[in-house]
Design a protein around this ligand. Structure first.
Ligand SMILES: NC(=O)c1ccc[n+]([C@@H]2O[C@H](COP(=O)([O-])OP(=O)(O)OC[C@H]3O[C@@H](n4cnc5c(N)ncnc54)[C@H](O)[C@@H]3O)[C@@H](O)[C@H]2O)c1
Length: 454
């Protein structure tokens, strides 16, 4: 099928690569001309494992263009247009939909005579599908109307870092529309994913036990709400275990045993029950705030989600308090942070706990040194206002440090030469903010080791 994707960010690029791999004709447009020029040269604007390889082997190459590029239209009018632009939080917590409105404007300029399905993949509040439909109607006055446009919601559940595995082997596909033609087109588009009858790329093998992918077809509003409810529930699980971890510290329990036993209960499940510094990234913070704002609009209080947010952001303050409790004075201290990206296997810095923690430490007069295996170039571009020192080597983070905090659990950080790290530090204090380091090896190497909830 002919597909246009509006927005070449994490979601747009991964969706484009996956759909092209399945044999669809995909064009991806973005308003950022530098991003597009880079993509045309084969340079990716994000770090996402296997994305370059997937784009290279897609049977029909993705064509990248800026929206008004004539070449973008030469493949013929698209049957499906995906909106995959950003929906950052506005001042009151509700998402800012300016990028969506602008995307709709460009979409209406490239409609064909036949049926076009406009698909919201961006996470947008309940009711946005209807709003997009009305924007499209407004852009095509009845007398001049030649195109038939129907709107659908197809929420995205990919996780950065494993985005392509999630796109090719999803747990479920959700398709919502109040028009059967939109559902029919999306089901046709995703047929190879639903049936799992495509040959997997060698570098993204199909996980064992992947069967037919469940498809949930529903109305627009339900599809929109499913996305928010999913993210809020995951956020809740993380905050729940973090609050239990705080209690564990007080009562002398070990959160690792507690969470293992909890997770073995099939009704609970072990995913998202790892105590630590809490969530970050572009989605959980923004989507939980949006859900709270939507509830308020309808006179409801989403108190459980508000509590989860409060617990989450408290983790960042708590780690600084623990450092202060150990070091007493922060002025003149040097604190090292291992990891900048909000989680491993991505370079995304949006709402990253590292940045929050660094700002708090800097405000208290500490020097902060940070390392990350992949996010340093992005940090140099996006975080020039934060007065931390970005270190190209892990050694520089430990050299002369009064404490080092593991913020992002990149696997390589679990395999450091701990004796060498301890020797390089001024005070051998290590706070494992993700409970991911080998405690016995660290203490054997002479480090004072602290973790979350232990
Ligand atoms: N990143 C994730 O893990 C994830 C997962 C699920 C859902 N989502 C949702 O998907 C949406 C996109 O997220 P993202 O992380 O890919 O964002 P992003 O910021 O990485 O990418 C958005 C892209 O859209 C482009 N853009 C903005 N306005 C445009 C316009 N008018 N026309 C064309 N391009 C335009 C931007 O230049 C940017 O490249 C958001 O609503 C987000 O909540 C994200």
């Amino acid at each position: 099928m002919r597909v246009r994707i509006v927005g070449a960010g994490y979601v747009g690029l991964c969706t484009a690569a996956s759909l092209a791999y399945l044999g669809h004709e995909v064009t991806c447009v973005d308003v950022d001309p530098e991003k597009i020029a880079g993509l045309v040269r084969g340079e990716l604007p994000i770090y996402e494992p296997h994305l370059a390889e997937l784009l290279a082997v897609a049977p029909i190459p993705v064509r990248f263009a800026v929206p008004d590029d004539a070449n973008a239209a030469s493949a013929g009018p698209p049957e499906l247009v995906f909106i995959a632009v950003g929906t950052p939080p506005g001042a009151d917590g509700s998402p800012d939909l300016k990028q969506v409105a602008a995307a709709v404007r460009t979409i209406t300029q490239s409609l064909g005579d036949g049926l076009t399905v406009v698909v919201n993949k961006s996470t947008v509040p309940v009711g946005s599908g209807n709003w997009v439909g009305s924007l499209i109607d407004d852009a095509q006055p009845p007398g001049a109307r030649t195109a038939t446009v129907v709107v659908a919601s197809n929420p995205e559940f990919l996780r950065e870092g494993s985005a392509l595995m999630d796109s090719l082997y999803p747990d479920r596909i959700v398709v919502g529309s109040d028009d059967a033609r939109a559902i029919e087109a999306l089901v046709r588009l995703y047929q190879p994913l639903i049936e799992q009858d495509f040959a997997p790329p060698p570098f993204l093998p199909r996980p064992a036990r992947t069967g037919r992918v469940p498809l949930v077809t529903t109305d627009l509003a339900s599809a929109e709400l499913i996305k928010y409810a999913s993210n809020a529930f995951l956020a809740l699980k993380i905050s729940f275990i973090n609050q239990i971890a705080e209690l564990s510290e007080r009562v002398g329990a070990d959160i690792e045993s507690v969470s293992r036993a909890l997770g073995l209960d099939a009704r609970i499940g072990s995913a998202f029950l790892q105590a630590g510094l809490g969530w970050g990234g572009s989605c959980f913070g923004k989507d939980t705030a949006a859900l709270v704002a939507t509830a308020h609009e309808y006179g409801l209080s989403m108190s459980i989600v508000e509590a989860a947010r409060e617990v989450n952001y408290h983790q960042r303050a708590r780690i600084v308090e623990r450092l202060l409790a150990e070091l007493k004075i922060m002025k003149g201290r040097t604190i090292g942070l291992l990891g900048l990206a909000f989680k491993p296997q991505t370079d995304d810095l949006r709402d990253a706990p590292s940045v929050d923690i660094a700002r708090r430490l800097l405000a208290r007069g500490a020097k902060v040194r940070v390392h990350d295996p992949v996010a340093l170039p992005r940090a140099r571009r996006e975080l020039a206002d934060v007065a931390f020192e970005l270190c190209d080597t892990v050694d520089s983070v430990f050299r002369g440090a009064d404490a080092v905090v593991l913020v992002t659990e990149w696997p390589e950080y679990a395999q450091l030469d701990w004796a060498r790290c301890a020797k390089a530090m001024r005070t051998p204090l290590l706070l494992d903010g993700r409970n991911a380091l080998p405690r016995d090896a660290l203490t054997a190497a002479g480090l004072r080791y602290f973790a979350v909830g232990r």
